[in-house]
Design a protein around this ligand. Sequence first.
Ligand SMILES: [Zn+2]
Length: 511
Amino acid sequence: MLPHVLLCLIAPLLVLAGDDGGITGATSSAEAAGYSCDASKCKLPNCACASTSPPGGLSPSDVPMFVVFTADDAVQSYTLDSVNQFLAHRQNPNGCAPKMTYFTSLNFTNYTLVTDWYVAGNEIADHTMTHVGDPPKDEINGNLIALNALAGIPLTSIAGFRAPFLNYSVNTLKLLAAAGFTYDSSAAASIPVTDPGTDAFWPYTLDNGMANDCLEVEGSCKGQPVLPGFWEIPMYAFFDSAGAAGPHLMDPWLDIPSGSTKVNDTATLEYMKNTFTAHYTGNRQPIGLYTHPIHLSTTYPGVNPSNSTINMINEFLDWAQQQQNVWIVSNEQLLAWVRNPVPLSQLNDFAPLKCSTPQVDASQKICNGIPGNEDGLLSHCAFSDFPFYTCYGCPETEPTVNNPNPPQQIPDGQQARIRLPANCSTPFWDPIGGKCLCTSSQCAFNDVSRPIGPNGANLTGGGTGGAAGASASPTGQYIPFNGELFTVPPSVWAATVVGLVGAVVGAMTVV
Ligand SMILES: [Zn+2]
């Protein structure tokens, strides 16, 4: 019998991760899409037509095979353990640890682990504050504000969004573009690449509207919505022995394959390999493992995932990685390559796929998302429904949609902690001393503001909480930790810092 407090924590998490995004057949058709795009006018890096052919006119033999890895919902030690059991022991062809995208919702999230996961080089993306489909604006923007304030994630870095239950509308896409997001990844590629009518498009911009989910989303497609420079990264389904009639989108290993009467890891492995091979030997559209990691956590009280399923997923990844030019990536890494599609011969020098570690002195006591540095410095925010830790000072109340950045609760005898400002990157910011440790161009950082504050204010981070955030001019420069310089009109980016995955495992179990 589990203690009551644990049951309280478990039940809502599993409900959230429950039926989060399945499809049962094609969600689009050429007729419903009514899509047209003039590739002579729509050019990279800020415009791309929806196309089944690789970007940049590259031949498939010059194109890497990307395996996108994503996770959805709350970030906790249990869920990071789950992701790590698939990724922490792997390397990409350039010797770097694979990175992934975490679509983060805030209920039951332990903010300090978001900081750690980000500083280790992974992408943190938005999944609304309280996990609602077809979300109102404040659910989307409040997630950005709270992750910036309490997890120290630069506003620039939260570039992507996935709708809970994959339930999005044309309005959702418009809200995302207006809030300065770079991409959405909620739409399904639901028709096999071997079908002439496949909707497995490479990521594309909405300069000419959507081309996926045209049978599902009202008012979408046939040229709508027009959102220049805003990207859709389709989620690529696997297909079982029933072909187009047997799509599996998220957590395919939890589904019953066609022809089986229960979960069947052997059949699932078989069709995952077959779908991968169809992509790999065709136009090399990416494939994706879109996970709800809580279902496969071996450390989460009360959940007993099947070892056979866990082993099957690792066997699939082992098998995929034995083939030439296969890279496990985050969405932001995929998009960085799509925008600048260098051929295989140049891939080892491609900055967004490189590994680098923020050069912070290991002896520094600084609350910065690196477990060795921040040991003993975290604030414990003892909220009754879900306590969490943070480097950036506890809020007086939990963040809500109406108030995503409440005033800070300052313990007796202590000073308020200073939140990440726009001119320092997360691993170099000391929120207790209120200073940036970076003294060289190698770690220099300028965030860009987001047009998401009250009355259209541009939020820039910083402060101690409670205030609306002062306005500031965007600087147009984003310099990730490895010192590579990128210019940022519509929030491009490619920070990839590596090397710390695994260090966070079990660092902060909250019960
Ligand atoms: Zn979700």
